[in-house]
Each structure stands twice: as structure tokens, then as C-alpha cells.
Ligand binder design. Sequence first.
Ligand SMILES: Cc1cc2nc3c(=O)[nH]c(=O)nc-3n(C[C@H](O)[C@H](O)[C@H](O)COP(=O)(O)OP(=O)(O)OC[C@H]3O[C@@H](n4cnc5c(N)ncnc54)[C@H](O)[C@@H]3O)c2cc1C
Length: 347
Amino acid sequence: MESILVLTHADESGTALTKASLEAVTAGLELASQLGASLTIGIVAANPAPAASSLAATGARLLAVSGEPFAQPRYATDAAACEALCRAAQATIVLAPASARFTRVAAGLAHRLGGFVDTHITSLNVGSIGGTEAIEATRWFYRQRVEAVLSRDLRPWFLLLDAGTHTAFAGDPAPAQVEEVAVQLPPIRTTVSGLREPKQDQQTIRPDAKLLLVAGAGWTKKQPDGQIHAAEAGDLILGFLHAAGASLGSSKSLVDQGGEGNSVLPFLTHLNQIGQTGATPRHAKGLSTCCHGEEPHVVGWRFIADRRAISLDPNCGWTRGKADVVYIADAFQVIAKLNALLEVNKS
Ligand SMILES: Cc1cc2nc3c(=O)[nH]c(=O)nc-3n(C[C@H](O)[C@H](O)[C@H](O)COP(=O)(O)OP(=O)(O)OC[C@H]3O[C@@H](n4cnc5c(N)ncnc54)[C@H](O)[C@@H]3O)c2cc1C
């Protein structure tokens, strides 16, 4: 019989669990119910009480490590905490969010426990191999073009889950019984002295955002008045990102323009590129602007179910079944109007 452990950790507030941790909780609940297996949730936090209370409704066994050493991500303390939780739970299957914090320790953790780790898992199912019940973990290879289903006999099996692949668990907070797990800490040589983050306007890639705004090369091309309006385009795009809390994607043509000496939007890099040779994000909704919707770009929208596009070209790729709604309109005018409406709604 499998024993499933979901590893979770607190967010920057220190009190709530990260969204990705809550998604892993949902995956654990679903897998435990399919297997009829026991479920344990391990919490890594300086003060795990509020997080535990948010998990009371799961009915799972709750284990936690607590104390100042676990307030900050750090290999030595996180690996020791996760190892102690895995041993206390006697876990055979360990699910964890693929956060920077857990991705850093997962391979070392699997090694310490003589297990095996797989990463970028997008779904879990229970199937049958040779008539025996088997856990099947799905992941994508080769830039999301080949989907593989993995199964392993070796235990413990560590599975890092990609963010956005499960619904975040949300239960009413209630008093919870938490078992405190003691951690033998190694000498700590790393001190976390603070965080340095890029300014809000520079941080355009937001995996947790509900909406992806895609900017295409049209933004920096000659407009009907014969002029290029790159500065205005930049202001409109940043204004929209700010007002809607959206993440910014780009077509390859637009991010390539910097190298070709054309007008370019200074806040865009190749990290924003969506598509065959770019990223494949998982936002719930996508709005494409000034982009033609060619296949090498649209394959990057594989996981975006609700798609809209604004294009001047009624024959663009989006109108050929690649978007749910296409507005044949000038994106400069539409986004300016949208920004104004968002501003009114905010006040
Ligand atoms: C091997 C290979 C890999 C590739 N990988 C990728 C990839 O990963 N990602 C990617 O994006 N591309 C990729 N491409 C390139 C891709 O085929 C297209 O060339 C690219 O996506 C085109 O970008 P675009 O639509 O922004 O530009 P364009 O084709 O120039 O389209 C601009 C669009 O903007 C519209 N427009 C202009 N002004 C306005 C306005 N005011 N309002 C509304 N609409 C306006 C125009 O009508 C036009 O449709 C790849 C190509 C190859 C060969």
C-alpha cells in the first residue's frame, strides 16, 4: 500500500502556503482517493499553525517543521526539513510543487532517501501495467511536443509538479492537529541577508497571473498614418499589464527586432517569447495583440484554453480556428480604451 506525502512550504508572508503548494495538495488528495492510500501533508514554515489550519478540511495527517531556520529558502535547512518529513511519514510517493525552493532540494532529497525523482509532472493517474495497479505520471519533452507517461517501481518516488496543472486546494480554516517533526540541522553556512527584486515594471513574466497578454511585431511596425509609435506601444502595454496584473508574452518577430536594429520595446527579452522555440505558459486566458497567429507561435498557446486576439488582418491565423474570439481592430485604440475602463473600475 502506498503512503503519499505532499510537501508544502509557506509563501513570503510566512503564514499562508504558496499557490503551487496548494495545487500539490489537490494532486495528493486526488491520487490518494484513486489509490485508496493514506495521505500526509508536510509543512515547512517558521510558524506552520496558520498553514495547518488552512489544510484541516483535507482530513490528511499533518506533519510540520517549525522555527526560524525554515523562514527562508536555503538548501541545507530545506533539505534537512524535507528529509525529516519524508522519514516521519514513511512516504513511498512524495509530491512537491516545482517551486525554486523545492526544485533545489528534490534531487539531493531523493538521493538521501535512496529514491528517484521526476520533474515537470503535469498529471497523475492510476493505471494498470501487466494487470498490476500502477501510478502513471505525465510530463512533456522536446518543447511540449512529446508527451510521456512514466511509471516506476522504485520507492520512494519523488514527483515535482509543474505549477498551473491542478486547482489550488481551498478549504475553510479550522483548528488542526499538527505533529511537530524534529529536524537535526547541519552546520548552517548560508545566511539569507535579504531579497533583491526587479522593479515591478521590469518583472513582466508572471506565471501566476490569470491573463497572458501577447505582444506581436505589429506594435512596432508602421501604422496607418505611416509612422511607428513604439513609445506609445510600450506605454499601452505596460499600462495594461499594470492595470490587469497580466503576464507579458511576445511573438518571436517582436523580440528578434532588437537584434535587427529596429524599434523595440525595452522591457521585452527572449524570455517573453511564446511558441515553438519559446515558452508554453499555462495562464487561464490569453489576449494576443498585433500578432499574426502563425503556427510556430500558436503552438506555445497549447495550454491556454480561452483565447482572444486583436488584429487588423481579417485573414490572420487567429481567425482560422486558433482563437475563440478575434477582434478585427486597431490594438492601439482597443488597449487604450481597455486601460481607461480598467482605471475607472479601480477607482
Ligand atoms: C523554426 C521556427 C520556429 C519559430 N518559433 C517561433 C516561436 O517560438 N514563437 C513565435 O512567435 N514565432 C516563431 N516563429 C516565427 C513565426 O513563424 C512568425 O514569423 C512570428 O510569430 C510572427 O510574429 P508576429 O505575428 O508578431 O509578426 P507579423 O507576422 O509581422 O504580424 C504582425 C501582425 O500585427 C498586425 N498589426 C499591425 N498593426 C496592428 C494594429 N495597430 N492593431 C492590430 N494588429 C496590428 C498585422 O496585421 C499582422 O497580422 C518561428 C519560425 C520558425 C521557422
